[in-house]
Design a protein around this ligand. Structure first.
Ligand SMILES: [Cu+2]
Length: 304
């Protein structure tokens, strides 16, 4: 049988196309490492997320240049934000959702996953150069979906630290009482760090050198005599490296009666509020706390 030359060419071209299509589909499904979310992970309870990974979303060091980032997505934000990692590092992201389906996508890269409540998405990413990456959600998740964004900062080695500072002091003390300012410093690196915890209050500056082992938390308490500060508002600032935490302590002549049952007796205090300056200040602080709680409760619905 004689097949025309053009007929042969068409046959060969069709064969090449078929083989090419099969090859690209095979490469796309196994060659790029694309997997289903949650394939290798246990499921989690999305409304609680109280396990050690997600109750406190964070970055932690797990090897010499290896880090793990625990990230939660919720309407309409990512936590932590920004996520900071060092250059030349390998970071494994564990991402889960507190509410509905979101996604976690690093703009301009192929780092992209769906974030499904109950499932933990896992991705390992190598970062070379210092650079900032925007994070977006590309699964429609509600009316503010278009504002849902985060950041990954890849920073130079010498600018990177995994130190967390949290300082606390009473809002109000009586003249003559001690003011205890407690600084909690966590070192999320593997190696120990040596640093200095500094407290500035009034005209006083006190500091203490601390060494914190890898993965450990240190508590430093500074005690200040309120009589030396005098009555009034005093701002205090705790500094550790570039981290600061500050608030105000009020020294009063005498604490008002009924302070102890503030919590139980909120309303009656609010009523006395109007005519009573000292008490007003104190209740103001407490009201603020209350509002904060309400806000974070509601944030699922109306956070920007
Ligand atoms: Cu979204």
């Amino acid at each position: 049988m004689n097949i025309h030359t053009y007929e042969k060419l068409w046959l060969i071209a069709a064969m090449v196309l078929i083989v090419g299509f099969i090859a690209t589909i095979t490469y796309g499904s196994v060659g790029l490492g694309i997997t289903m979310v949650g394939d290798q992970q246990d499921t989690v309870e999305p409304t609680e997320l109280d396990d050690e990974r997600f109750s406190d979303p964070r970055v932690a060091q797990v090897g010499e240049n290896e880090y793990e980032a625990y990230v939660t997505a919720q309407m309409f934000s990512f936590q932590p934000d920004p996520i900071e990692v060092p250059e030349d590092s390998e970071v494994t992201f564990y991402v889960t959702s507190r509410d509905v389906i979101h996604s976690f996508s690093l703009v301009g890269t192929n780092v992209n996953t769906m974030v499904i409540p109950g499932e933990v998405a896992e991705m390992t990413v190598e970062f070379d150069e210092p650079q900032d990456y925007g994070v977006v959600c590309n699964e429609y998740c509600g009316p503010n979906h278009h504002n849902m964004e985060g950041m990954v900062h890849v920073v130079p080695e010498d600018e990177f630290d995994l130190t967390e500072l949290d300082a606390e002091a009473p809002d109000e003390v009586e003249t003559g009482d001690d003011i205890d300012v407690t600084a909690t410093v966590e070192n999320r690196l593997l190696d120990p760090i040596e640093t200095t915890v500094t407290l500035e209050i009034g005209n006083e500056t006190v500091s203490e050198d601390v060494t914190i082992d890898g993965g450990e938390t240190d508590e430093t308490t500074f005690t200040v005599d309120s009589a030396q500060l005098g009555e009034g508002d005093h701002e205090w600032t705790v500094t550790v490296d570039e981290h600061t935490d500050s608030w105000t302590v009020t020294v009063v002549d005498e604490l008002e009666d009924g302070d102890a049952d503030d919590d139980a007796d909120d309303e009656s205090n609010e009523n006395t509020d109007a005519g009573d300056d000292t008490d007003g200040g104190e209740n103001g602080t407490e009201d603020e706390t209350d509002t904060d709680e309400t806000e974070s409760d509601a944030s699922g619905g109306d956070d920007e």
